[in-house]
Design a protein around this ligand. Structure first.
Ligand code: ARG
Ligand code: GLU
Length: 712
C-alpha cells in the first residue's frame, strides 16, 4: 500500500522514477535498497548480501570465464553455470567416441573431473567507491592534463590494492565517468568439468526456443574450483584440492509461490538506458533493421545448407547459433520498443529534463543544451557509425573469406623477417596447419552464397557511392564467381598449394592479383579512412555528453532511483517470480513443466529431440522428491532486470537460497537493454529442482545432489 501511494504521489514529477524491478544495483550500495527489498518480502539484511569483513552471498557468486556468471553450491567448490556458458569446454572434451554433447558427461568421482586450460572463475573481494581519489588534484585541470592526473591516481590506487596479496584490482568508470569504483578480485585458475546434461536437455529447444517463452531448457552445467592446499588460487596441479568457499548457496526445494521475492546476483554486460531520442530513432530506423537484414540473408543460406547435409549441419551449428542469437534478440527488441512507443517515452523524458533545467539558471547553463547536443551529434555522425557497424556485419559476421584475408595479411607483414632470420618453412607449415582448423568448418558453396547476398545488401544499405570502387566494378554475382573460382582465400587446396611455395614476393603480389584479397583490402581501407574516425569521434564525444546528461539526472532528480548502466561488474537486481501478459488477450504463466517437454517433442521439430531416457522417466512420472503439486517445474520467469552476462546467475529467494539459474529473457522483454518495462520484461530461469532431478534421476549422479545443502 505504502509503495503504491508513494509512486502515485510523485508520478507527475518523477517521470524517471524506476520501479523496484528496474535497475542493476551496485552490491556495496545495496543498503539503500534494503527497505524496498524487505517490503517485497526479502528476509535478508544488506550485510547478508554484501559484506567486506564477513562472508556474505557475494562470496558465492563467480565471474565465469570473464563472460558468464556462476555460483558455488557446496563446501567443496562445486559450481553451477549455464550449459551454454560451459559449452566450449564440453565441446573441447567431446569426440566421436566420447560424445558428451549428445549423451552428456558425469564424473563419478573427483578423479574423473576434467581440467580446462585457460578457464578461470573470479570472486569479488571488494567494491569501493574511489571517485574522490580518482579526481584528487584535478581541480582546475582541463583536457589531457586532467586525464593524465586521473590516470596517475588510478594507477596508484590499483598498485596499492594489489600490494601484499594475490588479488587483482581494476578501477572502472560508472555513469560515464561521474563515478569510479575499484573492483578487487580473486581469480581461480583450476576449474574442472564435473558434469553436463546432453544437448537434448541443456540446449533443448535450440534456436526455435531461444529468447522465447514458454521455455523448457535445462541450461546448466557443473564445474568445481580447485585451489592449492592453502585455499589460494593455483594453476592446475594434481596436488590441488577442492576449494573451500567463504560462502555457498543452499538450494531450495520448497514450493515456489507466484509473487515471491527473487533476486539475481551476477555480471550483466551492457545496457544503454540513457540513449537520446535521436540515437534510439537511428538505431530503430536504420542501424538495427540493416543488421537484421544482413543476418536474415546469411541465416537463410546457412539454414538451407545445414538442412542439406549432416556434415554442414555440424560444421555450421555453432556459427549459426552465434549469428542467430543476436539476430533474434534484435528482432525482439525492435518489436518491444515499437509496441511501447519507446521513442515517445524518450521524448517525454527529454522534455521533462529540459523543463527542469529551465527552472534554475545554473542548471540551465550546465544541462540545458546537452540533449540537443546529443541529438545533433547523432545527426552528424550516424552515417559514420552506420558504416562502422555494417563493416563489422559484412567482414566479421559475414562471409569467411574476410577472416582468411586478415590471417594471411598478418603473415604478409611477418614473412620478410622470417626470410631474413630463418624459420620460414616452419611458419608456412603453421599457416597450413592453422588453416586446416578453419576449413574443417567451412563449406565453399555456402560461403559463396553468403558473400553474394551480403555484398548486395551491403551496397544497397550503404549506398553505391559509399562503398569502394571494387564493389561497384561488377555485379555481386560476377564478383562471387570470379573470387570463389580463383582466390586462395576460399579454397583449401589452392591455399595449401600457394603457401607451400610462398615467399615475400609472391605474398606481396597477392594484394594485386588475388581478387578476394584485393577486395578485402579495399573495403578495409575505405572503412579505416571513411568510417572509423567518425565512429570513434561519435563514441568519445557521446560518452562525454552522457556524463553531463547523467550528472543532470542525478542532480536535478535526486529523489529518483538511479542506477548506472551495466559494465560487466557485479550487480544485483530484484523482482518477483511472476508471469506476464505481453500481448492483448495473451497470458504467460510463470512456470513450465516436464509435460511440456514431451508435448514439444511430439511436434517433430528436431530442436525438440530427446533421448529415450527422458521418455521413460516422464512416462513413469518419476519426479523423485523434486515435484510441486504433482508437477515437475522446468523453468520459471521473474521480473528481474537482466542482460547478457547474467547467464548462469543465481536466482535467489527471500532467505538467500538458490531457486534456479538465470539463462535468458522472453522475446518481448529483450528491449530492456534500452528501456525496462516492468509489465513486459521477464528473465527466464531453469528451476534448481529440475537441475537436481536431471542429476539424480536422469543421470544417476545423486552424489552431486547430496553434496549440496537442500532446504525443504
Ligand atoms: N539467448 C541466450 C543468450 O543470449 C542463450 C543463448 C544460447 N542458446 C541458444 N539456443 N543459442 O545467451
Ligand atoms: N543468454 C544470455 C547470456 O548469455 C542471457 C540472456 C540475456 O541477455 O538476458 O548472458
Amino acid at each position: 500500500m505504502r509503495r503504491i501511494f508513494i509512486l502515485t504521489a510523485f508520478s507527475l514529477i518523477t517521470i524517471f522514477k524506476s520501479f523496484a524491478e528496474e535497475g542493476m544495483l551496485i552490491p556495496s550500495l545495496i543498503g539503500a535498497f534494503e527497505d524496498d527489498m524487505k517490503a517485497m518480502g526479502m528476509r535478508l539484511s544488506a550485510q547478508d548480501i554484501y559484506d567486506v569483513n564477513n562472508s556474505s552471498l557475494k562470496d558465492a557468486i563467480m565471474h565465469f570465464g570473464g563472460g558468464c556468471t556462476a555460483e558455488l553450491v557446496s563446501g567443496q567448490g562445486l559450481m553451477l553455470t549455464n550449459h551454454h556458458c560451459g559449452y566450449s569446454q564440453v565441446q573441447a572434451h567431446s569426440s566421436l567416441e566420447n560424445d558428451y554433447l549428445k549423451y552428456g558427461f558425469w564424473a563419478k568421482n573427483k578423479s574423473e573431473e576434467l581440467k580446462n586450460p585457460g578457464l578461470t572463475a573470479s570472486r569479488i573481494v571488494r567494491i569501493e567507491d574511489v571517485t574522490a581519489s580518482v579526481f584528487f588534484g584535478t581541480e582546475g585541470l582541463e583536457g589531457s592534463a586532467k586525464l593524465l592526473k586521473m590516470k596517475e591516481n588510478t594507477d596508484q590506487l590499483i598498485a596499492d590494492a594489489m600490494t601484499n596479496n594475490h588479488f587483482e584490482a581494476d578501477v572502472k568508470a560508472f555513469n560515464y565517468g561521474n563515478e569510479f569504483y575499484m573492483i578487487v578480485e580473486e581469480t581461480f585458475l583450476d576449474v574442472r568439468l564435473v558434469g553436463t546434461p546432453p544437448n537434448s536437455i541443456g540446449k533443448f529447444g535450440g534456436d526455435t526456443d531461444n529468447w522465447v517463452w514458454p521455455r523448457h531448457t535445462g541450461d546448466f552445467s557443473v564445474f568445481r574450483i580447485y585451489s592449492d592446499v592453502n585455499n589460494k588460487p593455483s594453476e592446475y596441479s594434481e596436488s590441488n584440492v577442492p576449494y573451500t568457499p567463504l560462502h555457498f548457496l543452499p538450494v531450495s526445494a520448497k514450493n515456489r509461490v507466484p509473487g515471491e521475492f527473487t533476486m539475481v546476483y551476477g555480471f550483466p554486460g551492457t545496457t544503454e538506458q540513457h540513449l537520446t531520442s535521436g540515437n534510439l530513432q537511428y538505431i530503430m530506423d536504420i542501424e538495427r533493421p540493416a543488421r537484421i537484414a544482413m543476418r536474415d540473408k546469411s541465416i537463410s543460406v546457412i539454414d538451407a545448407s545445414m538442412r542439406s547435409s549432416d556434415l554442414i549441419r555440424i560444421q555450421y551449428s555453432s556459427k549459426q547459433a552465434r549469428i542467430a542469437n543476436g539476430w533474434k534478440k534484435w528482432i525482439g527488441q525492435l518489436g518491444g520498443l515499437k509496441t511501447v512507443d519507446a521513442l515517445q517515452i524518450k521524448l517525454d523524458r527529454e522534455k521533462a529534463y529540459n523543463d527542469m533545467a529551465a527552472t534554475n539558471e545554473e542548471w540551465n547553463k550546465k544541462y540545458g543544451s546537452v540533449i540537443g547536443e546529443m541529438n545533433a551529434l547523432v545527426e552528424k555522425y550516424k552515417m559514420a557509425d552506420f558504416g562502422y557497424v555494417m563493416f563489422i556485419e559484412y567482414q566479421y559476421v559475414g562471409p569467411e573469406l574476410f577472416g582468411r584475408a586478415r590471417t594471411i595479411s598478418k603473415f604478409l607483414t611477418e614473412i620478410g623477417d622470417l626470410e631474413k632470420n630463418g624459420g620460414l618453412a616452419e611458419a608456412k607449415q603453421a599457416q597450413i596447419e592453422g588453416a586446416k582448423g578453419f576449413y574443417k568448418n567451412y563449406d565453399e558453396a555456402t560461403d559463396k552464397q553468403i558473400f553474394q547476398l551480403l555484398t548486395e545488401e551491403y551496397i544497397n544499405r550503404l549506398g553505391k557511392d559509399n562503398v569502394p570502387a571494387i564493389l561497384r566494378s561488377s555485379s555481386p554475382e560476377e564478383l562471387a564467381n570470379a573470387i570463389y573460382s580463383k582466390s586462395i582465400l576460399t579454397n583449401q587446396a589452392r591455399f595449401e598449394k600457394f603457401m607451400a611455395k610462398a615467399n615475400s614476393k609472391s605474398m606481396a603480389k597477392l594484394l594485386k592479383k588475388d581478387l578476394g584479397v584485393k577486395l578485402w583490402k579495399e573495403t578495409e581501407e575505405t572503412f579505416v579512412k571513411t568510417y572509423l574516425p567518425g565512429a570513434q569521434e561519435f563514441k568519445g564525444q557521446m560518452d562525454q555528453l552522457l556524463k553531463t546528461y547523467v550528472a543532470g539526472k542525478l542532480e536535478m532528480f535526486p529523489d529518483e532511483a538511479q542506477w548506472p548502466d551495466a559494465n560487466s561488474t557485479l550487480r544485483i537486481t530484484y523482482g518477483k517470480l511472476e508471469g506476464s501478459a505481453p500481448h492483448d488477450g495473451m497470458q504467460y504463466t510463470e512456470h513450465t513443466t516436464l509435460d511440456g517437454i514431451i508435448t514439444k517433442n511430439n511436434s517433430g521439430n528436431p530442436d525438440y529431440e530427446l533421448l529415450p531416457r527422458m521418455h521413460e522417466l516422464a512416462k513413469a512420472k518419476d519426479y523423485g522428491d523434486y515435484a510441486q503439486d504433482g508437477e515437475l517445474w522446468v523453468c520459471f520467469t521473474g521480473s528481474n532486470h537482466t542482460t547478457g552476462g547474467n547467464s548462469g546467475s543465481p536466482v535467489i529467494d527471500a532467505d538467500g537460497n538458490l531457486l534456479g539459474l538465470n539463462f535468458d529473457r522472453t522475446w518481448e522483454s529483450t528491449m530492456s537493454d534500452y528501456m525496462f518495462d516492468s509489465s513486459r520484461c521477464r528473465n527466464i530461469t531453469v528451476d534448481i529442482r529440475y537441475v537436481m532431478w536431471v542429476m539424480d534421476r536422469y543421470a544417476g549422479a545423486k552424489h552431486l545432489v547430496d553434496e549440496m545443502t537442500i532446504v525443504r
